[in-house]
Design a protein around this ligand. Structure first.
Ligand code: ADP
Ligand code: MG
Length: 315
C-alpha cells in the first residue's frame, strides 16, 4: 500500500532514447556493443525510478535498416514489409532494454519491487497525410546509383549514397495509450512506442499496417501528451540544441523559449530528420500541457532532469 501511495505522488518522466543509446557513431553495432551502450542511460533511469514514474521510448533506425538489408540479401524466404520489421525491432530492442534495466535495478537492490514491461505499440497515421505522396525519410543500406535504379522502391541521393526513402507521416494517436497509463499507475516502468510505433491506418474499426516509419520524437511527444507525462526528456548524442551548429560560432543553448524555437526553426537552424523533429516534439509537448521538455545527451539524463544539463524548452 505504501509503495502505491508513493507512486501516485510521483511525477511521470518520459525518456526518449536516440539510436546512439544502442549504436554509437563509428561502431558496427554488434550485440555486445549495443548492450554495453545501453547501460549508460539505463543506469541513470534505474536510479531515477526511485523518484519518478517512467516511460521509455526508443528509436530503431540502424536496427530496422539492418533487418531491411537482410530482406534484400535473401531470396529463400518471403520478404517482410516494413511494418513487420518495425514490430520486430520493438521486440528485440525492448528485450535488450529490459534485460539491461533489470541488471541496473539489481545493482541498486530495486529489482524485486520495480516492475517493468515492454508493450508492442501501434500508432495511427492519416492515410491522406501528404508524407505518403512525398516519402522523405532515408532508411536502410546505401546503394550505388546503378543498383538503386534497379530497386522496386523509391530511393534518393543522400550524402552517403543512394538510400531507400519511406513516408514519415505524423502520429495521430497511440493505440495502447490506456494500457500504458494503467501500467504506469500500477507502478510499472513501461517501454513503448519503439521506433516511433508500428504505423497503422484505421480501416473502419480495425487497423491496417502501412509501409512507413514514424519519427520517434514526434510519437513520444504524442504519447507524453496522451498519458499526461510531466517531463519529456529527449536523450541524444549532443549536449543539447545549438545555433550555428557545425559552424565556428556554434553555441549550445541552456534554454530556448517556444518563440525563439519557432524563429530558429524557420531560419533553418535545426536539420530536418535530426534536431528539427526533436525541437518540434518538445514544443508540441509543452503546448499540449506538458510541464518540462529537455533535449540532452544520453550521458546527462539525470543532470538534465535535475535542470543542470541539456537545453530546456520553456513556455
Ligand atoms: P537520435 O538518434 O538521438 O534521434 P539524431 O541523429 O536524429 O539522433 O539527432 C541528433 C543530431 O542532430 C546530432 O548528432 C547533430 O548532428 C544534429 N543536429 C542538427 N542540427 C543541430 C543543432 N542545431 N543542434 C544540435 N544538434 C544538431
Ligand atoms: Mg533521430
Amino acid at each position: 500500500m505504501k509503495t502505491r501511495e508513493r507512486n501516485y505522488t510521483k511525477e511521470l518522466l518520459l525518456v526518449a532514447l536516440g539510436g546512439n543509446a544502442l549504436i554509437r557513431k563509428g561502431q558496427s553495432g554488434t550485440i555486445e556493443e549495443q548492450f554495453q551502450n545501453l547501460s549508460v542511460p539505463l543506469r541513470q533511469i534505474a536510479r531515477l525510478s526511485k523518484q519518478y514514474k517512467i516511460i521509455i521510448t526508443h528509436g530503431n533506425g540502424p536496427q530496422v535498416g539492418n533487418l531491411l538489408l537482410q530482406q534484400e540479401c535473401c531470396d529463400a524466404t518471403p520478404r517482410l514489409p516494413l511494418e513487420i520489421l518495425v514490430a520486430q525491432t520493438q521486440g528485440q530492442i525492448g528485450y535488450m532494454i529490459e534485460s539491461t534495466l533489470d541488471n541496473e535495478l539489481m545493482k541498486l537492490g530495486l529489482d524485486v519491487e520495480q516492475y517493468f514491461v515492454t508493450l508492442l505499440s501501434y500508432v495511427v497515421v492519416d492515410e491522406n497525410d501528404p508524407a505518403f505522396k512525398n516519402p522523405s525519410k532515408p532508411i536502410g543500406p546505401v546503394f550505388s546509383e546503378e543498383t538503386a535504379a534497379s530497386l522496386p522502391y523509391r530511393t534518393i541521393m543522400t550524402p552517403k549514397g543512394f538510400r531507400r526513402v519511406v513516408a514519415s507521416p505524423k502520429p495521430i494517436t497511440i493505440v495502447e495509450k490506456r494500457e500504458i497509463k494503467k501500467l504506469i499507475d500500477l507502478g510499472f516502468i513501461v517501454i513503448a512506442c519503439g521506433g516511433g510505433g508500428i504505423p497503422v491506418i484505421r480501416d473502419g474499426r480495425a487497423f491496417e499496417g502501412v509501409d512507413a516509419v514514424i519519427d520517434k520524437d514526434l510519437a513520444s511527444a504524442k504519447l507524453g501528451e496522451e498519458v499526461g507525462a510531466d517531463i519529456f526528456l529527449i536523450a541524444t548524442d549532443v549536449v543539447g540544441v545549438a545555433i550555428s551548429y557545425g559552424r565556428p560560432n556554434q553555441k549550445f543553448l541552456r534554454t530556448l523559449t517556444l518563440a525563439q524555437a519557432a524563429t530558429f526553426m524557420q531560419e533553418g537552424e535545426f536539420s530536418s530528420g535530426s534536431m528539427s523533429p526533436k525541437v518540434e516534439a518538445a514544443m508540441q509537448f509543452l503546448q499540449k500541457g506538458g510541464k518540462r521538455a529537455v533535449i540532452a545527451s544520453i550521458e546527462h539524463i539525470e543532470k538534465a532532469v535535475a535542470g543542470e544539463a541539456g537545453t530546456e524548452i520553456i513556455k
